[in-house]
Design a protein around this ligand. Structure first.
Ligand SMILES: Cc1cc2nc3c(=O)[nH]c(=O)nc-3n(C[C@H](O)[C@H](O)[C@H](O)COP(=O)(O)OP(=O)(O)OC[C@H]3O[C@@H](n4cnc5c(N)ncnc54)[C@H](O)[C@@H]3O)c2cc1C
Length: 334
């Protein structure tokens, strides 16, 4: 049997990857989607989104990204005329290389290791938020992240801090920027910034802002998370003995970019490891697109991920059609 050469391989099935796959199939292209393994899913941001307030129609949905992705993939499987265009693999892509004018993707699933070929790749592996180390471990913050009391996206959940005591855990200017914005927007009177030990890197301008807003910059490491009677976030105990009362905390320590599949091909990334892309979300590696949170300058939202994914899939479709047109011309003239 002849090996399938896919028009597009999509790596990652969060908000961005699912939309790229859906658009590709709806465009009539041959598309394969790698949904990742259990470990990559756990490390994906999609898994951490318990509910969404900032997108019309998503209110009240439990784990909206994973649920909507699953229902989209299920729907596509049942659509006559579309189902044969797409294939989903519960597998993690380990390596991508370029051979002639296509990409070879090596992947591992629970069943086996294998490879396949695609003319274009859409990378949607996302990023992960850096977690604060407390007592030498990142585990202590997780229960509060699951309860939505440790907040990672202020555009998504900043409004939920209203009426709560708030802190920001961060070491760079963005921590001060977030703190002052939360004070302006939601009426917080005091938002301390906890740098959690060494490595604070505030510019003079940011320090000036902190002073203007009366924000304390506390550099002592966090040694313990304080809990309320019902197990909720109550604050932080610092190594210098200080207790910081805080029932909500924005974690602003930066991100880890899952960019290895791009950089191994010589793809360009910015200072924090995010992909530098063109207007159609193509990296400097021809035919290799990047969408979603991994894109430099992205708003890191579900709806921006969707839009980026559509732009990339449409550009792939344009190339697929150009190829078909060329074949049509050649066969006509011969
Ligand atoms: C706590 C939290 C709350 C948020 N709330 C909102 C909100 O309310 N509204 C909003 O618009 N946005 C929200 N976001 C942001 C939103 O989650 C992302 O913008 C969106 O999911 C797009 O991400 P993505 O698809 O680029 O990456 P992700 O969602 O992180 O998905 C990446 C996927 O790639 C897969 N993967 C990784 N490596 C591989 C590999 N090698 N092979 C195969 N697969 C791989 C993973 O399994 C994962 O499924 C929130 C984020 C967080 C952390």
């Amino acid at each position: 049997m002849e090996e399938t050469l896919y028009d597009m391989a999509v790596i990652g099935a969060g908000g961005a990857g699912t939309m790229a796959y859906l658009r590709g199939v709806l465009n009539g292209n041959r598309v394969v989607l790698f949904t990742g393994d259990a470990d990559s899913k756990r490390k994906g941001r999609a898994t951490w989104v318990m509910d969404v307030d900032n997108i019309p129609g998503m209110h009240g949905l439990d784990r909206p990204i994973t649920r909507t992705s699953a229902s989209t993939l299920k729907w596509l499987k049942g659509q006559e005329g579309l189902s044969e265009l797409g294939e989903t693999l519960k597998a993690k892509v380990d390596r991508v290389s370029k051979e002639d004018d296509c990409f070879v993707l090596e992947y591992t699933s629970r069943k086996a290791s294998a490879s396949l070929r695609a003319r274009n790749v859409v990378l949607a592996t996302g990023v992960m938020d850096v977690q604060p180390s407390i007592g030498g471990s990142i585990e202590p913050i997780f229960p509060f992240a699951n309860r939505g009391e440790a907040i990672y996206c202020v555009r998504c959940d900043g409004h939920r801090t209203r009426g709560h005591s708030l802190s920001v855990v961060g070491r760079s200017d963005s921590a001060i920027h977030i703190g002052s914005m939360m004070m302006d927007r939601y009426g917080h009177e005091d938002v301390p910034v906890l740098t959690n030990g060494t490595g604070a890197d505030f510019s003079p301008k940011a320090r000036e802002t902190a002073e203007l807003y009366g924000m304390e910059l506390l550099e002592s490491p966090i040694v313990e998370i304080l809990e309320s009677d019902d197990g909720g976030l109550a604050g932080f105990l610092l190594e210098d003995g200080r207790k910081v009362g805080s029932s909500r905390s924005v974690i602003a320590l930066g991100i880890i970019a899952y960019n290895e599949l791009l950089t191994s091909l010589g793809g360009e990334v910015d200072a924090v490891g995010k992909a530098v892309v063109s207007d159609s979300f193509e990296s400097n590696v021809e035919g290799f697109f990047v969408v979603g949170d991994l894109v430099a300058g992205s708003k890191m939202q579900i709806y921006t991920a969707w839009d980026e994914a559509v732009d990339a899939a449409d550009e792939v479709d344009r190339r697929v059609r150009a190829r078909k047109r060329k074949i049509r011309r050649t066969s006509r003239s011969s």
